[in-house]
Design a protein around this ligand. Structure first.
Ligand code: HAM
Length: 421
């Protein structure tokens, strides 16, 4: 019986790997420019990290975590996101001796969700967390970095949504106002939203059920109910985004699914992604989280980009990929088995010259070997027989037009670069 990968997981190879490497390479360049250094945290944590970090009434903690007991009965969870683990690490290693702490990460995340295109149970994120700064300048800088990641990939029809979810002073009174508005409509909400009304009312804003969305559309929004200091903070963020020429839309319904957020939150969506899974990345401020974890008061902000969704969009938009395969490369064809040792020496020379190369493992007719070389997208082939092995004179054929050049690789080792040009 054939065994497939588990539902919601994927093997990544071929064009997907080329896209993925490009996304990661571009992002890493930007992280360096913006002065972030890398952190790698474990793929699983004590369950408490997420219970406390993300919030027990969130969908992620309630329904989506891969939680298991290890052999000693300890509860562990495969990370569903990267922020809570980074916060745990910042406190554990006291990484806050220099402020701001600017960290980036790339890793796989796990959420038990209903899989569909762009929504996986194991997926990859790259993200940043900047801890220790309250100043809205860092909000603008973090959003700028997120926007640049997609700009460098050549994406056009993107929308940056921003909102403020207020702070511990202004959110509770707003929630009372909101619940007061919802109460008479409770019976018309879906069963999930009726439960959210008691456990996490703001999540009602994320409901896709049309009857819920209709009720929400005329509800009071948090944006108009934040306190004056949150409003001042948010206005500065939007002013700075304007100064940086970063187009954005204030989306008053935006809430995002984590309890840790305070003040600025944001999301980048693509109008090109056909599915409802159109958020390519998102993030926000979490001013109290580090304190709640037992660390010092360090107001923080970060974002994460969904690598898998970004790959879907790159392929959909046919973003031109600078394939490694477009560079010249050589397939070494042996006429007889006895030239294997010589063939390997020649291969060793090519690889030392940084030229992608491979050798035929089967001895077949030259025509069949050339076909094989073309199928494997080699640009050139070198045939080794008696003459070549004794003289060192190798003929390199260009497979596109069968023009050929001869050179002595031992006497004139640099000539290969001219031949492959
Ligand atoms: P998030 O919005 O849950 O935020 O995830 C960020 C991005 O990860 C999403 O915009 C999406 O592209 C991708 N993503 C999420 N779930 C899936 C999935 N099931 N399959 C494929 N891609 C997915 C966070 O995770 C926060 N930790 C971001 C953050 C960092 N906030 C502050 N700092």
């Amino acid at each position: 019986m054939v065994i497939n990968s588990p539902r919601g997981t994927a093997d990544i190879f071929g064009d997907d790997i080329i896209c993925r490497n490009l996304i990661i390479e571009q992002a890493k360049k930007l992280f360096k420019l913006f002065n972030y250094s890398q952190i790698i945290t474990p793929a699983f944590e004590h369950t408490e990290v997420f219970d406390r970090g993300i919030g027990q009434s969130t969908d992620i903690v309630k329904k989506e975590m891969y939680t298991f007991l290890d052999r000693k009965g300890r509860s562990l969870t495969l990370r569903p996101e990267g922020t809570a683990p980074v916060v745990r690490a910042i406190i554990e290693h006291k990484l806050y001796s220099k402020i701001p702490v600017k960290l980036f990460y790339i890793g796989n995340m796990f959420r038990y969700e209903r899989p569909q295109k762009g929504r996986m149970r194991e997926f990859w994120q790259l993200g940043v967390e900047a801890a220790g700064v309250d100043n809205p300048v860092i909000d603008a800088e973090v959003i700028w970095l997120l926007a640049l990641i997609f700009e460098t990939l050549g994406f056009k029809k993107l929308k940056l949504l921003v909102n403020s979810v207020g702070c511990a002073d202004c959110r509770p009174p707003y929630i009372n106002i909101f619940k007061g508005y919802i109460k008479p409509h409770l019976e018309s909400l879906c069963s999930d939203c009726r439960e959210r009304y008691d456990t996490n009312p703001l999540r009602i804003f994320d409901c896709k059920v049309p009857s819920c969305a209709k009720i929400i559309s005329s509800s009071p929004k948090i944006y108009s109910n934040i306190c004056s200091s949150c409003a001042k903070h948010f206005n500065t963020v939007t002013d700075l985004l304007k100064a940086l020429n970063i187009p954005f839309v204030i989306k008053e319904e935006l809430v995002r699914g984590f309890d840790y957020y305070t003040r600025t939150i944001f999301e980048i969506i693509s109008e090109d992604l056909e599915s409802v899974q159109n958020a390519l990345g998102g993030g926000g401020r979490y001013d109290k989280l580090i304190e709640q974890f037992g660390g010092p008061p360090l107001p923080s902000i970060g974002f994460a980009v969904g690598i898998d969704r970004t790959i879907v969009l790159m392929k959909q938009l046919s973003v031109s990929l600078s394939k490694e395969d477009s560079q010249s490369n050589v397939f070494v064809i042996l006429l007889e088995r006895r030239f294997e040792k010589y063939g390997l020496e020649f291969l060793n020379y090519l690889r030392k010259c940084d030229i992608r190369s491979d050798i035929s493992f089967e001895i077949k007719k030259v025509g069949a070997q050339i076909k094989l070389a073309k199928k494997n997208e080699f640009t050139h082939a070198a045939v080794i027989g008696e003459d070549e092995a004794t003289s060192g004179n190798i003929t390199v054929k260009k497979l596109a037009d069968f023009t050929q050049n001869q050179f002595n690789w031992k006497k004139d080792p640099h000539k290969i670069y001219d031949i492959l040009k």
